[in-house]
Design a protein around this ligand. Sequence first.
Ligand SMILES: Cc1ncc(COP(=O)(O)O)c(C=O)c1O
Length: 387
Amino acid sequence: MRTTFLPFSTPTLEDAEINEVVDSLRSGWITTGPKVKRFEDAFRAYVGAPYAVPLSSATAGLHLTLLALKIKEGDEIITTPMTFASTVSMIVLCGGRPVLADIEPGTLNIDTNRVREKITPRTKAVIPVHFAGQACDMDPLFALAKEHGLTVIEDAAHAAGTEYKGKRIGSLDSISIFSFHPNKNITTGEGGMVCTADENLAEEISLLKFHGMSREAWKRFAASGTPNYDILLPGFKYNMMDIQAAIGIHQLPRLDGFIDRRKEIAEFYNREMADVVELALPAYAPYRQRHAWHLYTPLVRIEKLNIDRDRFMDELKKHNIGSGLHYKAIHHHSYYRDALGLADSELPNASYASERILSLPLFPKMTDDDAADVVAAVKQVIADNVR
Ligand SMILES: Cc1ncc(COP(=O)(O)O)c(C=O)c1O
């Protein structure tokens, strides 16, 4: 058994990131400034989006996007139950009503056929999540959205570097929201980016992110700026700092390499665990896409074991292997159980996955030996607990 603990994820940070942060600290300009602009431009160019707005998190991006779209009391937004709480919580905090549509059993991405069943005259938007970094099937979803006049907001928190039919997520005809939380494919510590082709929407989100101020602080205090400002609407404090962007500037050029390494590890897991009948391994979508392998999420077939998923994770920890939970389905959380009152039979695929899913370690710095340790521990836990 390995002697050191292997976490399920850890960021890949090198001297370039560290030196750039130190440079910001020494420069005296640590909040939103030229490095945020550099990161914004580089990210926009990478994904191929006409406009990008850097923010303090993807949660902030979801919040401001919904506000900018004027989502209000009674508006319904359809999304997936297999997501992080903030996707759904931001709908609630804007006064909207989240409507959960079930997922496909293999990819765990939202199922367009289930979305169709949930559309009512009050539906305003749909938020697909590119689960684990695998692109949702966007063509049928866009067609459905067009038919019903719905806005598509991609929760692309997992999808930096993901491609759908040859196009990067961020460049499709919608709004996409990325996360740079430390577990994500690239990080800025905390951070997010909204990408869109809609200039007015990008402007509105830019205003909302910083007090509704007509001019950002760094321009006001720069030599070429003027200290005066005007408040055009009440706004939030959701700006990204230069200290954060300093990290992102050096992460972005390495993103493709990170994804290549993630893919190698995921394919190793797929090969080594192909014959483990107690696991359902992640499925590839049938259409052309580039999986960014943000997560590796097998389902544990608990029917074949004497332990449940939580015990499975505890047992892995005894072998010094960390794991993550992405996700306990939204309707299984206390607040949403009460607020939405959804029975498992209404969301059978998400309910099934929610009880069985776990995230195995997957990050670029993992060695081949680390990956082999994960497989050995998984097989041992199964052997020790098989029915
Ligand atoms: C699917 C999904 N949506 C939204 C978020 C929120 O991202 P952030 O932590 O940047 O606010 C996350 C983060 O874990 C996520 O995984």
